[in-house]
Design a protein around this ligand. Structure first.
Ligand code: NAP
Length: 255
């Protein structure tokens, strides 16, 4: 089996990393469903750019019913989903001092429940057909980082890594692989986080200096890794986390 005939659903693909993943999978030959939460115009423009074998599809991944409807719409238009990329995510800053249970619940609903709902919506079909690729976009924050304010976001992404291994175990014998990519600091709206130009330039220089490659990441850096894990040739790779962070080494500097 090659890329032709593959149907990929990429969540949170209206911008940032998800949009780059959608472009990458389309360039490999897949039909692509571009999911969005609110930015319909951006998702439709991207689907238009990708051609006739693409569609935009709105759904809040935290809503199980909306996810089931989304998968039904994609199946009706493009065919059964063979590749799922769980990319949709939100980050709300928080530390022990500023912990806000409502913000934690909002993050968990998208970052964790969203992954569960989407996997549950596509896994039975993948298992019945004996083939599937699921890639979860986690974060290197889940593994270890000194970037202040990402404490609870990191916890949601650590849950994603646990689910990746457990889903891989549940689905492995059915021909379905489940892997994660853990991005480092990638320039997107999320990374900008409302910073002004000067603060952003300072952050870029700071984050670049923490990597072995001496630069910050671009959405395509993540899309290329997802393309490998989502491909037919990656069938013996499952339950893994591929860290794509330019060789980042953080250190504690309280002084
Ligand atoms: P982004 O620029 O903020 O884009 C987020 C995307 O997720 C948008 O397409 C957004 O759709 C969608 N989304 C948000 N909530 C959603 C929901 N409830 N249902 C469906 N879609 C939803 O973020 P990004 O930087 O590209 O991040 C993509 C993924 O990579 C996230 O999981 C993030 O945690 C992870 N990540 C990012 C970085 C980084 O440095 N950027 C590092 C590590 C991990 P709308 O446009 O319609 O709102």
């Amino acid at each position: 089996m090659g890329w032709d005939g593959q149907v990929a659903l990429v969540t949170g693909a209206s911008r940032g990393i998800g949009a780059a993943v959608a472009r990458r999978l389309a360039s490999l030959g897949a039909s692509v469903a571009v999911n969005y939460a609110v930015r319909r115009a951006e998702a439709e423009a991207l689907a238009g750019e990708l051609g006739h074998a693409a569609m935009a599809v709105g759904a809040d991944v935290g809503d199980a019913e909306a996810v089931a409807d989304m998968v039904a719409a994609v199946t009706a238009r493009l065919g059964p989903v063979s590749v799922l990329v769980n990319n949709a995510g939100i980050a709300v800053p928080g530390t022990l001092e500023t912990y806000d249970p409502a913000a934690m619940a909002r993050m968990r609903r998208v970052n964790v429940d969203g992954v569960i709902h989407c996997v549950r919506a596509v896994a039975p079909g993948m298992a019945a057909r004996g083939y599937g690729r699921i890639v979860n976009v986690a974060s290197n924050a889940a593994i270890g980082t000194a970037l202040a304010g990402t404490t609870f976001y990191a916890a949601t992404k650590a849950e994603v890594l646990a689910l990746t291994r457990r889903f891989a175990f549940e689905l492995g014998a059915k021909g379905v692989t489940v892997n994660a990519v853990a991005p480092g600091w990638i320039v997107t709206d999320m990374a900008r986080g409302g910073m002004d130009a000067a603060a952003f330039a300072e952050r870029v220089a700071g984050m670049a200096g923490r990597t072995m490659v001496g630069r910050v990441g671009a959405p395509d850096d993540i899309a290329n890794a997802v393309g490998f894990l989502a491909g037919p040739e990656a069938g013996f790779v499952t339950g893994q986390t591929l860290v794509v962070d330019g060789g980042r080494l953080d250190y504690i500097g309280h002084g």
